[in-house]
Design a protein around this ligand. Structure first.
Ligand code: F6P
Length: 372
């Protein structure tokens, strides 16, 4: 029985998205199905902007970065329309039905899993794949995009060693990962960083300084400091914790709003954390310090073979699950297999680095300073 499936990519772009689109598309077409790609995430689905995917436009995209469909961070139930945020769920449902979709495959990170669950709760047959360089999607061993970004960040750290030891400098490198430290911790270890700061372990600058000064005493005139973009000093983390509690718990509406406003201010302040840290390290150690922010380089270019393999096998498994009539699930990586995890176990959750994770233990064994 021929089926019609829709596919979209949402959230930040990531290496491996086109590999996943290709795999879902080719597997479905080989089963005699029809595949419709919606443009720019949930926005294109709402506006009914689409392209029929076939052998021709699926050819040659395995190694291409980004997403041929385009993406956005627009949410089905809070869609920016003019200067308003409107619930466009019903329009999306109407378009899903207009195309007689048997299923809709959403490729995305944490936010997309939540948006997909929302549509699943409204009766659409939704399956998702775990995409993000942050590796913070719950219930999957790993997300595609992570391995490529790990390679990019590690190569950057390798290259930054040259200027660090030539100039006897502290080189601070800011690494993406949103509010999870996987990318900074993994590339910091792989790249031999001397200090690794991640959101899960708020840092004390004094402890970082102490470790760098100790290195100097041992004749190592340079240090590499890998910092996750979401890492923060302990005082900031304490304030955030207090405000989060007040935002949830305060009876007084004004107090809740005040807490939310202050949290929004801190979100902006946090973008300057790494630069402030760089300056403080120079002041407190007397060593020149320089900052490199890797930013979107970590999302660019061709996916690594590992990401191509992961995206391809999850995409093919996704079509198998549709064939079996499964929906409302994340098709997650579990060892060499793919498993179907109900979206309610994924939506709204973030996989962060546990304090007892083997990579943390490894860092401590090597006396890498983690800011605590
Ligand atoms: O989620 C992937 C990611 O690259 C994060 O690491 C980063 O914080 C965020 O996206 C940046 O978002 P945007 O692409 O909207 O600037």
């Amino acid at each position: 029985m021929s089926k019609v499936i829709g596919i979209l990519t949402a959230g930040g772009d990531s290496p491996g998205l086109n590999a996943a689109i290709r795999s879902v598309g080719k597997t479905a077409i080989s089963a005699g199905w029809h595949v419709i790609g919606f443009r720019d995430g949930f926005r294109g689905l709402m506006e009914n902007r689409f392209v029929r995917l076939d052998g021709a436009n699926l050819s040659g995209i395995l190694t291409v970065g980004g997403t041929i469909l385009g993406t956005s961070r627009d949410k089905p139930n809070k869609m920016p329309i003019g200067d308003k945020l409107l619930d466009m769920t019903d329009v999306i449902i109407a378009n899903y039905e207009r195309h007689h979709l048997d299923a809709l495959v959403c490729l995305g990170g944490g936010g997309t899993q939540k948006n997909a669950y929302h549509l699943s709760q409204h009766g659409l047959n939704i399956l998702t794949l775990p995409k993000t360089i942050d590796n913070d999607v719950a219930m999957t061993d790993v997300t595609f995009g992570f391995d490529t970004a790990l390679n990019i960040a590690t190569e950057a750290i390798d290259r930054l060693h040259s200027t660090a030891h030539s100039h006897h400098r502290i080189i601070v490198v800011e690494i993406m990962g949103h509010n999870a430290g996987w990318l900074a911790l993994g590339s910091g270890l792989a790249g031999g960083a001397d200090v690794i700061l991640i959101p899960e372990i708020p840092y004390e600058v004094e402890k970082v300084v102490e470790s760098i000064v100790q290195r100097s005493r041992e004749g190592k005139g340079f240090s590499i400091v890998a910092v996750s973009e979401g890492a923060m000093p302990v005082e900031q983390a304490r304030e955030v914790q207090k405000l989060e509690a007040r935002k949830q718990g305060a009876e007084d509406k004004e107090k809740r709003k005040a807490a939310a406003d202050r949290l929004a201010e801190i979100e902006v302040e946090r973008t300057g954390n790494t630069l402030r840290l760089t300056h403080r390290l120079e002041e407190m150690t007397g060593l020149e310090s320089r900052l490199t922010i890797l930013g979107y380089l970590q999302r660019g270019g061709t996916p690594s073979p590992a990401d191509r393999l992961l995206a391809t096998r999850l995409g093919a498994a996704c079509v198998d699950y549709i064939e079996q009539g499964t929906s409302g699930v994340l098709v997650a990586a579990r060892g060499d297999d793919a498993i179907a995890v109900p979206l309610e176990q994924v939506a709204g959750k973030r996989k962060v680095v546990p304090h007892d994770h083997p990579w943390i233990q490894t860092a401590r064994n090597l006396e890498v300073n983690l800011g605590d």
